[in-house]
Design a protein around this ligand. Structure first.
Ligand SMILES: [Zn+2]
Ligand SMILES: [Zn+2]
Ligand SMILES: [Zn+2]
Length: 89
């Protein structure tokens, strides 16, 4: 996987995509989102920091799952929360 990023990103062998193109938590509360990110530890999909509820960041902090991938069409990148590391793949 991407060289020069962090150990968490290097550990991602196969990037998980979204099971459904929705924010798992926004759906529960009837909220809307801007962009989606998929957690590479559990496969959950959550909304980005441009969204009102920022569920991807909340999920990463609450669960300790470090790496998300963009769940947007045409975007191929990974982001690690604890290291603030970014890598395209
Ligand atoms: Zn990392
Ligand atoms: Zn959300
Ligand atoms: Zn997760």
């Amino acid at each position: 996987m991407a060289e020069g990023a962090c150990g968490h990103i290097s550990a991602v062998k196969k990037v998980l995509g979204p099971k459904e193109r929705v924010c798992d938590d926004c759906v529960k509360i009837g909220a809307t989102w801007v962009h989606l990110r998929t957690c590479q530890s559990c496969g959950g999909t959550h909304c980005c920091d441009s969204s009102p509820n920022r569920h991807a960041t909340k999920h990463a902090k609450a669960s300790g799952h470090p790496v998300v991938a963009s769940a947007e069409h045409g975007e191929r990148w990974l982001y690690c929360y604890p290291d603030d590391a970014f890598a395209e793949y």
